[in-house]
Design a protein around this ligand. Structure first.
Ligand code: ADP
Ligand code: MG
Length: 227
């Protein structure tokens, strides 16, 4: 049997908000294979970002297990967790999160510099910027780019370590439909070209349709309606 690349087993997460606990995820079960292109749709507050944060090892569940490649995230050492966040998982955000004082090239290079603390591989960055169609803007600053271009830079940055999982939190939420489509095409392409497992969160039903696995999350409960 093939080991799933991502598994959630009965995962619960709540937060304290004032004096009240807020349930963010409840009884979440999930099993994904390498190369899956997954969409998760749901209303604001449904638990989408919480699910991505747990997956990325940025937060821990109250109950239940998360396994990556068959390995429990809770058993990883601090060093392994750091590698997970830096190398195994790439993240794309709704508001791009580029560093405004760095050029396009430097933004893509940054994760490599953080990981190796030495001069990054220029050829690799050129290849990636070519891949997202922005090599000609390598020396521009984020403020000089359109939203769609900034998001393409963010995708290049997320792919720089060749992660086996790419997480995207409403990556088209801040773009018009034409630029949004370009981003979606690029993410699909990347999942095929690199056999990356992509998990994309959205509140747009048309975007959600693109998944080969399509989930919904509301009130912290994850369902897969078409199955
Ligand atoms: P979504 O991304 O679907 O909008 P979230 O995962 O951000 O939803 O949030 C799920 C629920 O958990 C919401 O009710 C939200 O208010 C709450 N929540 C998320 N993060 C925190 C936090 N750090 N502190 C308190 N409550 C939080
Ligand atoms: Mg969110």
């Amino acid at each position: 049997m093939i080991t799933p690349i991502i598994q959630f087993i009965d995962v619960f997460k709540s937060y304290q908000s004032g004096s009240q606990p807020v349930t963010a995820l409840q009884a979440v079960n999930l099993s994904l294979n390498a190369g899956d292109f997954v969409t998760i749709m749901g209303p604001s507050g449904g638990g989408k970002t919480t699910l991505l944060n747990l997956l990325a090892g940025l937060d821990v569940p109250d109950r239940g297990q998360i396994l990556l490649n068959g390995k429990k995230v809770s058993d990883l050492s601090d060093h392994e967790l750091t590698l997970l966040r830096r190398k195994d998982i790439g993240i794309v955000f709704q508001f791009f999160n580029l560093m405004p004082t760095l050029t396009v090239m430097e933004n893509v290079e940054l994760p490599l510099l953080l990981a190796h603390a030495s001069k990054a591989d220029d050829q690799r960055i050129k290849t990636l910027l070519d891949y997202v169609g922005l090599w000609h803007r390598a020396d521009s600053f984020p403020a000089e780019l359109s939203g769609g271009e900034m998001q393409r830079v963010a995708i290049a940055r997320a792919l720089v370590h060749q992660p086996y999982i790419l997480l995207a939190d409403e990556p088209t939420g801040n773009l018009d439909s034409e630029n949004g489509q370009k981003i979606l095409d690029l993410m699909k392409q990347a999942s095929t070209d690199f056999n990356t497992t992509v998990i994309m969160v959205t509140h747009n039903p048309q975007v959600a349709e693109l998944g080969n696995r399509k989930f919904e999350i509301r009130d912290g409960r994850l369902t897969e309606p078409t199955q």
